[in-house]
Design a binder for this molecule. Sequence first.
Ligand SMILES: *[C@@H]1O[C@H](CO)[C@@H](O)[C@H](O)[C@H]1NC(C)=O
Length: 338
Amino acid sequence: MQHSLISALLVGAAVTTACVPPTDTLSNTITTQFGILIQNPAFPTIHDRYMNLLPAGGGDQHLFLSPVANPTFKLVLNAGALAQGIIHAVIGGEYSEVDNTTKMFMTERDEPKAIFQPVYGCDPDTDQVQIQLEFVTWETEPAGGHICVRVASGNRGYEFRYSPPDNPAFDPTNPCMAVTMVVVSTAAPTTTSSSTSISVTTSTSASATTSSSPLPYTDMTAKGFAFVGCAPEERHATDAPGRTLSGALYADDLMTDGKCMDFCTSKGYTYAGSEWTRECWCGNTVAPGRQPATTVASLANCNFKCGGDATQWCGGDSWLSLYKACPVGGPCVNAVFT
Ligand SMILES: *[C@@H]1O[C@H](CO)[C@@H](O)[C@H](O)[C@H]1NC(C)=O
């Protein structure tokens, strides 16, 4: 609660300093190479991530939100068409009836291009003027559609999709969240506004159950759980297949480590692990071969913030932020990382 209040205050303060975007019309050809930062502060799990490329068949590239896939800062805009080398962004394929959206990806083929117009806007975090790519059209589609992101099938990350104007369809179980696409030349340093707000919120935090840690994990000892480490899922392991914690699963876009522990405790499990910003896995044993390392470096794999609290860490891409319930009345100490 305190966190959202402070965020609201920060946003409010930013608005009163009034970023005034220039009104001149920008060219729809940008030859200086750039990357795309994605913004939508209403959805912390997607806000301030980058549009990455994932190689597909035939030279095509899928588009995914970071940290999935490969960062790029080699995009250009050719008469409104987003391009990198010989491939360009198109819309088509994988139409989804449930939410009436269509996938955007990059290909060399002559398929209907997504057309964008650069416009000035204001950064919702820093209130600096920024250049955004406003979606204009896709082939013969009427104006007024937008680009959104939603969880891709197989939970592989967030993919990019086109949503038509006044789209009547909506999938509450996997909403396609509208994005602002910002032209940036390089990735921001890791200490950006979000990490600044961590220190602000920590000092005034109303929560008695968490505190910040200099290492990328959430100290939950006040809640009776000790952090064990960043544990691999099957994809990063060489042992027998299966989940690292195979007891119960709970998913929530507004996941926090505390919610995960409450859930696992209610189901009678002693291990709780958060993953991919929004998943919570429970178990009474950790699968053999999945014990986390105790090096500081190993924690880098669990660098996703929790969807419900950006001051907390919720695993990574097939990595669990792993916690174990402390013995009642006994010591509760996090693992030591060296
Ligand atoms: C998809 O959106 C278009 C544009 O709003 C609308 O005309 C059409 O009926 C929608 N289709 C479905 C299946 O919702």
